[in-house]
Design a binder for this molecule. Structure first.
Ligand SMILES: C[S@@+](CC[C@H](N)C(=O)[O-])C[C@H]1O[C@@H](n2cnc3c(N)ncnc32)[C@H](O)[C@@H]1O
Length: 202
């Protein structure tokens, strides 16, 4: 699932996602005071735009140029509050300790020995900041999805919770029903949700 895969995927339809923010983002983050946010794998920008319209300054990163172009086109009203950036976050770490919120919504990050890319995402959360990592419940997914990808080979929220030991407070680690209908062509009915706070002194 490289840049070409995702550009082809977005290019295959006029619009891949609804444009609405993800339900878990809305329910978990609505009460947080705005600050600096990193939207990891922002896609067509529904989450980044929702955050920016609520006063957050957002760095929205995706590997797909097509998705980023659509996102930027939809966000003219908050152009000064969102920086759209093309990067492969499996290879390029975001700045450390820079964000009050790091939001990973259905971001497909392959598990790797040493966990460097995962650690870089966790390190991007500033002391006192929040990590929100949301995935599809594995029970809703086939063994293999597009391009031979095996969902079990991706980091799962509960697994990440297990890696967050000292320096973090786990606030939510659960599987729950989606609030929004499953995206077209999928059978996703439940979300796996991790919300964790990096303790201020770390
Ligand atoms: C399932 S989509 C989710 C998009 C968006 N977060 C949402 O919930 O609508 C996954 C997104 O991650 C992006 N992506 C996949 N691998 C990536 C990587 N290594 N670095 C940056 N973005 C990546 C894809 O281009 C795609 O937009």
């Amino acid at each position: 699932m490289d840049a070409e895969f995702w550009d082809d995927m977005y290019g295959s339809r006029e619009r891949l996602f609804s444009g609405n923010p993800n339900g878990v983002l809305v329910s978990e983050i609505a009460d947080l005071p705005p600050g600096q946010a990193l939207d990891v794998g922002c896609g067509e920008g529904g989450d980044a735009l929702w955050l920016a319209r609520r006063g957050w300054k957002v760095t929205a990163v995706d590997i797909s140029r097509t998705a980023l172009e659509r996102a930027a086109a939809a966000g003219g009203d908050v152009a000064g509050r969102v920086a759209w950036m093309r990067a492969d976050l499996a290879e390029t770490p975001p700045p450390a300790a820079a964000f009050d919120l790091v939001s990973c919504q259905y971001f497909p990050l392959p598990r790797r020995p040493g966990h460097a890319a995962l650690r870089a995402l966790l390190d991007a959360v500033a002391p006192g900041g929040t990590l929100l990592f949301v995935g599809h419940d594995l029970a809703d997914l086939p063994e293999q999805v597009a391009n031979g990808l095996v969902p079990r080979d991706l980091y799962q929220p509960d697994e990440i919770a297990g890696q967050l030991r000292r320096g973090w407070s786990i606030e939510v680690d659960e599987t729950r029903a989606r609030t929004a209908p499953a995206p077209e062509g999928t059978r996703h009915v439940r979300d796996a949700v991790l919300r964790a706070r990096r303790l201020p002194s770390t």
